[in-house]
Design a protein around this ligand. Structure first.
Ligand code: SF4
Ligand code: SF4
Length: 390
């Protein structure tokens, strides 16, 4: 990204409210950043922007302040927590304290997977979903994360399997065009689900790379539609198919807005207690949405804007504005290089996916699908934990 700015610690005063609840609907996700430290150095890490990574190593607010915030701002909401970082398992005591303090919340852990074997069984057993970052096969993952990381993650995955009834989802950043169909396909065999996201790096989408990515996407989508009694568990494809065969579901959980929840009901709580809608925009003071320490909350400032092209886009019905951060940087902050080199190529890939899905007549496929497959397409719990769109 080109718009990096140093992180600021200024606290705005509580903004006036317009009488509307800060969080629409009935559910809220608290994404608690347990630390901004990480034990790996992934080359594309988004927290590297604005010098966020490593800037806060301890949680500075107390559990009492968090409980007071929940009581005041989130009363009556179904609440689920994602432990996030940095690498959240580096602050294991905080995770244990939160789970003990809020035993009725649902929990997810977003992790690089390298320290999973150090977590107590009681913590593992409480997770409804593990979101484990991985980049593809062994060579690709070790190339980005360091030698031996892929094997270490696979070993840990096998170790935690018997200790959890939660789902285990791979979170793959599709970072370069050489990542093969076979690498991606293999992840669907090792994990319960695969969620992939197109990397947001300048220079990542040269023309020949776009062609390669499209070829792989076409193969993945063809494989998805090959069976109607067995699910090919790739979340962005499942989610797009859901949005096409059951458009009301594309709106229900997110008030019709972006499906990553950044415009509606995800609160990223930094270790110092400040709250932001998107974990990639922690460096922008205008994005602050609240504070656990000062106990205030306003609606997400990361909203659709007339400058964004979505309202006239053919893909909007199933895409719903994909990544608001990308759109904000490109069309509101007017970062032209980012628009040309990141946002437009990703939109082109999203549209391509929609067209490929349509070629396989998703409505007819859904009509033939077995009940368990239909249930997962419409209501898979993992939709609540990931951005759905790539
Ligand atoms: S493809 Fe791009 S322009 Fe179209 S709706 Fe999605 S984010 Fe908006
Ligand atoms: S998909 Fe949503 S949460 Fe993720 S970077 Fe984009 S706006 Fe932020």
């Amino acid at each position: 990204m080109t718009s990096a700015q140093p992180i600021t610690l200024l606290r705005p005063t509580r903004p006036a409210t317009d009488g509307q609840p800060a969080i629409p609907g009935h559910r809220v996700e608290l994404q608690l950043l347990t630390t901004l430290k990480c034990n790996l150095k992934c080359t594309y890490c988004s927290l590297g922007v604005g010098e966020v990574l490593g800037s806060q190593q301890h949680v500075d607010y107390s559990l009492e302040q968090l409980a007071a915030f929940v009581d005041t701002q989130l009363k009556g909401y179904e609440t689920y927590v994602t432990f996030y970082g940095g690498e959240p398992t580096l602050n294991r005591p905080y995770m244990e304290e939160v789970i003990a303090r809020f035993p009725n919340f649902r929990y997810q852990l977003q992790t690089n997977g390298t320290l999973l074997d150090g977590l107590p069984d009681a913590v593992l057993a409480r997770m409804s979903n593990f979101l484990i970052s991985i980049d593809g096969g062994e060579g690709t993952t070790d190339g980005y994360r360091g030698r031996g990381i892929y094997r270490q993650v696979m070993k840990n995955l096998a170790a935690i399997r018997p200790k959890t009834s939660g789902s285990i989802t791979a979170r793959m950043t599709w970072s370069h065009p050489e990542i093969s169909f076979e690498e991606i396909d293999h992840l669907t065999e090792v994990f319960d689900y695969l969620y992939f996201q197109f990397v947001a790096d300048i220079g990542a989408y040269p023309a020949e790379g776009m062609a390669k990515r499209k070829e792989i996407l076409a193969r993945l989508i063809a494989k998805f539609f090959r069976h109607s009694d067995r699910l090919y568990p790739i979340i962005p494809i499942m989610g797009m198919v859901r949005n096409k065969v059951m458009p009301s579901k594309a709106q229900e959980l997110y008030q019709g807005k972006t499906q990553c929840r950044a415009s509606t009901h995800i609160l990223n709580v930094m270790p110092d207690g400040r709250i932001f809608p998107c974990p990639d925009l922690l460096y922008l003071p205008e994005m602050q949405q609240g504070s656990v320490v000062d106990n205030w909350l306003r609606a997400s400032p990361l909203q659709p804007d007339p400058a964004m092209p979505c309202s006239t886009c053919d893909a909007y019905a199933f895409c719903r504005g994909n990544c608001m951060k990308n759109l904000y940087l490109a069309y509101v902050k007017k970062d032209e290089t980012y628009r040309r080199e990141v946002v437009e190529p990703i939109c082109e890939l999203v549209k391509f996916m929609g067209e490929e899905i349509d070629r396989h007549q998703p409505q007819e496929w859904f009509a033939r699908a077995s009940l368990p497959v239909r249930k997962l397409i419409t209501d898979c719990e993992v939709y609540e934990y990931v951005e759905i769109m790539p």
